[in-house]
Write a protein that binds this ligand. Structure first.
Ligand code: F0G
Length: 460
């Protein structure tokens, strides 16, 4: 196993508190067994998300001091715009405070009721934003993405046959754009190959449909292309990114991931008419086009973060640390989604807790057990998060995959803490039969995972 060596040293530390099992038990009870409602300072290793949780570099913090907080024409905006143009290549750059605002602006401008937006797999906010326009969000990833054991280098790829069939069924005029999520968060953080992107582009050109990227984890995706796709080993990640984005017409970006910042996002695109409409909307709901819901200092940190994320020693460590966790678990027989993705290890809860039926929310039960016994916070993905219902009966549809995502914040945890996570999960796996199922006692109509409440079932 290759040890991921850190290309940085620690200059500032943030203390973390140790809690007892009893305290965590009480917190779980109070939070309705929903880890979103557990206070973060009662978590030892927080793997809830890799979003907005990165450690910024000294260079980014130095940039924060150079924030120009002018309402209009801040110099940090021009730096940010120049960096985005140089990496992504899109002419129009619209800053937003985070990714979902970019999605909301784009979809509320170009998606109309009854339209269809295909993607490899929509992330929850993306799906919710499409559905908010009374349009349909279609997931068209290759079928292997749903098999946790299938080891393909690019398991995030779009299924081109399914995409073409969907275009023919729906009609091109009802598809305002196609999205590709890089890496495919909801399908295990798996990358999409350059070849698949090129072919998607060619197909969409034939039907005159724009292609957009959901680009949150673009640098990680490009690093996988360099590692795995023939012909790219000698190409820089920056050049890979340039080629990749060149096949698209635009992107939405949550810079809280590969922007290495705690807040920030943007839209990049070439269509000037769309950009104008989006900007008008931006002014209404976010702010003036040279700050878009952010402070000047945030734009500077984002500009610097987007440069740093392309450093290949950083990416090698980053992808290596996530893989290291996955390999420790895999070697001990813990069921995980394979291959290991770019930003997270996904536990296959169905196999981990094979004694629990789907109706007892095995992934949520596993996330609860991991917090109660070890103070580690992961997140349930799929059943609770996506909350698909049978329209006739109103009952929850239990999908094929039941996952607990352990998302690794960027540059935050040491390899020893990651080793602690692995050892804890391995120990929990050995006593998995003791883990009890859950019953949902409250759910909201949208994005229910944030507010759902559960009760633990008694041992039968
Ligand atoms: N698209 C993808 C693929 C994402 O993973 C996220 C956020 C967004 C869009 C929305 O960005 O949070 O800045 O509004 N994902 C986080 C996560 C929340 O935990 O995976 P945002």
């Amino acid at each position: 196993m290759k040890f991921p060596s850190e290309p940085f040293k620690i200059k500032v530390v943030e203390p973390i508190k140790h809690t007892t099992r009893e305290e965590r038990e009480r917190l779980l009870c109070e939070s309705g067994y929903n880890l979103f409602h557990v206070p973060a300072d009662s978590v030892y290793v927080d793997l809830l998300t890799d979003s907005g949780t990165s450690a910024m570099s000294d260079n980014q913090w130095a940039g924060m001091m150079l924030g120009d907080e002018s309402y209009a024409g801040s110099k940090n905006f021009f730096h940010f715009e120049q960096v985005v143009r140089s990496i992504f290549g899109y002419r129009c750059v619209i800053p937003t405070h985070q990714g979902r605002m970019a999605e909301n602006l784009l979809f509320s401008t170009v998606v109309k009721p009854g339209m269809v937006v295909p993607n490899n797999i929509h992330f929850d906010t993306t799906r919710a934003n499409v559905e908010h326009q009374r349009a349909e969000a279609l997931d068209l990833v290759i079928k292997e993405a749903y098999d946790p054991q299938c080891e393909l280098p690019f398991k995030g790829n779009m299924d081109l046959a399914k995409l073409e069939a969907a275009i023919n069924r729906v009609g091109r005029e009802r598809i305002p754009l196609v999205l590709i999520t890089i890496t495919n968060n909801s399908g295990g953080g798996q990358p999409v190959s350059m070849d698949n992107i090129r072919q998607t582009r060619a197909l969409l050109t034939r039907y005159r449909i724009p292609l957009f990227f959901d680009a949150c984890r673009f640098a990680e995706n490009c690093y996988f292309i360099k590692e795995r796709e023939p012909g790219y080993a000698e190409t820089s990640v920056r050049d890979i990114a340039r080629e990749l984005f060149n096949y698209g017409d635009g992107c939405t970006m949550s810079a809280k991931k590969d922007g290495l910042v705690n807040i920030g996002g943007f839209l990049g695109l070439n269509n000037e008419q769309w950009a104008q409409d989006l900007t008008n909307m931006l002014i209404l709901v976010e702010g003036f086009p040279t700050y878009g819901g952010l402070a000047g200092r945030d734009l500077e940190a984002m500009a610097r973060g987007l440069e740093e994320v392309l450093h290949e020693d950083y990416l090698s460590f980053r992808i290596g640390q996530v893989r290291y966790l996955g390999e420790l678990l895999d070697a001990a027989g813990v069921p995980i989604v394979k291959p290991v993705g770019g930003h997270a290890v996904y536990l296959n809860a169905k196999a981990f807790l094979s004694h629990l039926p789907p109706a007892e929310f095995p992934a949520q039960a596993l996330a609860v057990a991991l917090y109660r016994d070890y103070g580690i916070r992961g997140v349930e993905m799929v059943t609770v998060m996506f909350g698909k219902k049978d329209p006739a009966s109103g009952r929850t549809i239990h999908p094929e995959l039941e996952l607990v995502r352990l998302a690794i914040p960027r540059r935050v945890y040491t390899n020893m803490q990651i080793t602690y996570v692995a050892e804890s999960i391995i120990e929990l796996y050995r006593q998995r039969e003791t883990i009890r199922g859950l019953r949902m006692t409250y759910e909201a109509p949208v994005l229910r995972h944030f507010t759902a409440r559960f009760e633990e079932l008694r041992k039968s």
